[in-house]
Structures are given as structure tokens and as C-alpha cells.
Ligand binder design. Structure first.
Ligand code: AMP
Length: 120
């Protein structure tokens, strides 16, 4: 999935997860978003929070997404609490240069081990 422009958001792997076409290890769901465990975890806890609306990334989000973006962050904190994390990191990669590989907005929630700074 290399080229955001060539990949309509609904056709990403996360679109397929939202449509129930492929399974996920779900930890939270509501009418606006879904949270599930990352298939290649970078820490003992690694969860992705994604909107049901297929926004490509933060760079493509607009004023109409203000409430949704706030909701995604509150859900990120909620799932971190649910996992018993006392500290955690949230990451949103936007664009290929930043390491985005799935072009459907997602918030990484990472924790369960000491996390170095700055990130790579
Ligand atoms: P990013 O590199 O920020 O676009 O993050 C995409 C993340 O999605 C990576 O951490 C992948 O491991 C994860 N991922 C890809 N496919 C799946 C899947 N089917 N289920 C869960 N996580 C996935």
C-alpha cells in the first residue's frame, strides 16, 4: 500500500476490518470508531484506534473532523486505562515519509514497556 492517491480510503485493510471482511482482535467499539490490537505489536500493548469514517490521515482531516479527532484521542486514553497502562504513547503517522503504511487515519496506543525518546 504505497501510494495514498492510488488507494481509495475504503479499500485499505482497515476499511476491510470495519466492514467485517477480515478479523481483528477488537478491544473497543462505538458508533464513531473501532480499536483493535496491532498485528505486529511494537510493545506489550499496541492498539490502533480508527474512525469508521475513512479519513486518510491527519494532513487530510478538516474542520468537520474536529469532534471526531477529539473522540479518537479520548478513546485512546480509555483503551490505555482499560489495558492498565500507567503511561502510554500515542502516535499518528501522516504520510509515507512519516512511516504511514495504511492510508486510513489511525492512532497508535503503545505501552507496557519503557519507551525511548526521541522516536526513530
Ligand atoms: P502505520 O505504519 O502508522 O500506517 O501503521 C499501520 C499499522 O497497522 C502497523 O503497525 C501494522 O502492523 C498494522 N496493521 C496492518 N494490518 C493490520 C491488521 N490486519 N490488523 C491489525 N493491525 C494491522
Amino acid at each position: 500500500m504505497a501510494d495514498a492517491a492510488a488507494t481509495p480510503p475504503n479499500d485499505t485493510i482497515f476499511g476491510r476490518i470495519l466492514r467485517g471482511e477480515i478479523p481483528c482482535d477488537q478491544v473497543y467499539a462505538d458508533e464513531h470508531c473501532l480499536a483493535f490490537r496491532d498485528v505486529a505489536p511494537q510493545a506489550p500493548v499496541h492498539i490502533l484506534v480508527i474512525p469508521r469514517e475513512p479519513v486518510v490521515n491527519l494532513a487530510e482531516a478538516g474542520d468537520q473532523h474536529q469532534q471526531l479527532l477529539g473522540h479518537l484521542l479520548l478513546v485512546a486514553a480509555r483503551v490505555a486505562r482499560q489495558e492498565g497502562l500507567s503511561g502510554f504513547r500515542t502516535v499518528i503517522n501522516s504520510g509515507e515519509e512519516a512511516g504511514q503504511t495504511v492510508f486510513h487515519l489511525h492512532v497508535h496506543v503503545i505501552g507496557g514497556r519503557p519507551l525511548a525518546w526521541p522516536p526513530g
